[in-house]
Design a protein around this ligand. Sequence first.
Ligand code: SF4
Ligand code: SF4
Length: 125
Amino acid sequence: MSVIIDESCITCDACLQNCPVNAILDDANNPTGEKRYYVQPEKCVECVDLFDDPQCAAICPSIGCITWDMPYTKEFDAHFLNEEFYALCNKDNILKSPSIKEKKYRKDIPQNMRGVGKEVQEEPQ
Ligand code: SF4
Ligand code: SF4
């Protein structure tokens, strides 16, 4: 990962239909219990090697709803384990944190553009 879907999600389902790696869960299956769609950071690859832009953000009608977070790498293991936006899945009683498996991320997005709430989308001109 990573991108985050915030509380301005209107649960329209467009992002879920367009994610190439099935990383998005609907509001009924959001593991945090929030009534919004949820991007699984342990699955999202920021559309690297697939599309020029994150497809969820490209199609989302709620501008500002989808924001960047830190790369899903070992360096940010504690962040993904502790940030309230996430509920990492358990498998065989092992948390799928970045220390177990890192994911691809966009190296052209600088660190100062990343973090909970940093904009992915821009308002149309
Ligand atoms: S950035 Fe790409 S891979 Fe990640 S959730 Fe959005 S559409 Fe899926
Ligand atoms: S496209 Fe945007 S508004 Fe629609 S479900 Fe996804 S995050 Fe929510």
